[in-house]
Design a binder for this molecule. Structure first.
Ligand code: ZN
Length: 307
């Protein structure tokens, strides 16, 4: 087997780290949000995503399957698994993702409806402390869900700071204090965690620990989606994306699931709003401004009590 040959060990160890971390960063973001937020089943005995993760990933896959492979010489990256688990259990990872998905509704092909009291109770029961972190923002989301002369929530002053995007996993840097900023391949990049920083700067490179790794590929191109629309008018973006219905003006995405035409957002409601790329802005800053900006970013934000 692969482990019988010593020269494979470094690469297997590297592959385990980036596959475990990347699966966590991307899959837990999407599936965690769908399972916890995309349900109307608020029975308290229904497992939350964190409870499922603990049972199926941590106890079953990690402790029952992966850890026993150590006796064959495999070096299991325990700290990577623990960091992933901590992001889910302590740092509200996929809750930040759900908030971000809902924030970005005008430029995504989905509809996320406002939450109810029953939803709030379920989240607080499953994730103690949830309301203090997210409740007020979801109340603002509800207030702003029908077009009444205001802008979409991302462009209103809720206190939320639109996030930088992680260059490696391409999920934004949502656990703000974990954000890593670095100058890599001629540009300033942001990463959601030290393991994502490691992926771009160490794992996906032409060599690993002195050994050529030409097949690893590279994280190049426009990895921050917002870069493509920096400075555009929001109405032009939704047209360009094809997110406009057959009448030529009603948006496909809506921040609610009501079907009354008078409650639908149209391009008229988003015209004149300028869209910006956090990464382009970051690269345009002076060194001093950038350091200060990142220091503030890592401190997080406070949601305003009223809009
Ligand atoms: Zn990341």
């Amino acid at each position: 087997m692969a482990l019988a040959n010593d020269e494979n060990k470094d690469l297997i160890e590297r592959d385990l780290i980036y596959s475990i971390w990347n699966q966590h960063a991307v899959v837990d973001a999407a599936i965690g949000t769908i399972i916890d937020y995309g349900s109307k089943d608020r029975r308290k005995d229904r497992d939350s995503y964190a409870e499922m993760w603990k049972r199926w990933y941590y106890d079953d896959y990690y402790r029952s399957y992966l850890v026993p492979l150590e006796k064959y010489g495999l070096k299991v990256p325990h700290d990577v698994v623990e960091d992933a688990w901590r992001r889910i259990s302590d740092d509200f990872y996929h809750h930040h993702v759900a908030q971000f998905f809902a924030t970005g509704w005008p430029v995504n092909y989905w509809r996320i409806d406002p939450m109810t009291e029953e939803d709030f109770e379920w989240f607080e029961d499953k994730y103690p402390g949830w309301y203090d972190k997210f409740g007020k923002w979801w109340e603002h989301y509800s207030t702003l869900s029908e077009p009444n002369g205001h802008k979409p929530i991302a462009f209103e002053n809720s206190g939320y700071v639109y996030p930088h995007r992680c260059w490696s996993c391409m999920v934004p840097c949502l656990i703000r204090e974990d954000t890593v900023m670095d100058y890599v391949d001629g540009q300033w990049r942001t990463y959601c965690h030290k393991w994502c920083h490691w992926q771009d700067t160490v794992a996906y490179r032409e060599e690993y620990k002195g050994r050529p790794t030409p097949a690893m590929g590279k994280m190049t191109g426009k990895r921050e989606w917002e870069t493509l629309y920096h400075g555009w008018d929001l109405a032009d973006i939704v047209h360009d994306l094809g997110y406009v219905r057959d009448d030529g003006k009603t948006l496909v995405p809506q921040p609610h699931v009501q079907f009354d035409q008078s409650k639908m957002w149209t391009t008229d409601n988003v015209k004149g709003i300028e869209f910006q790329s956090p990464n382009i802005l970051l690269n345009e800053m002076s060194d001093e401004e950038r350091e200060k900006h990142m220091e503030e970013y890592k401190q997080g934000f406070t949601i305003n009590s009223s809009l």
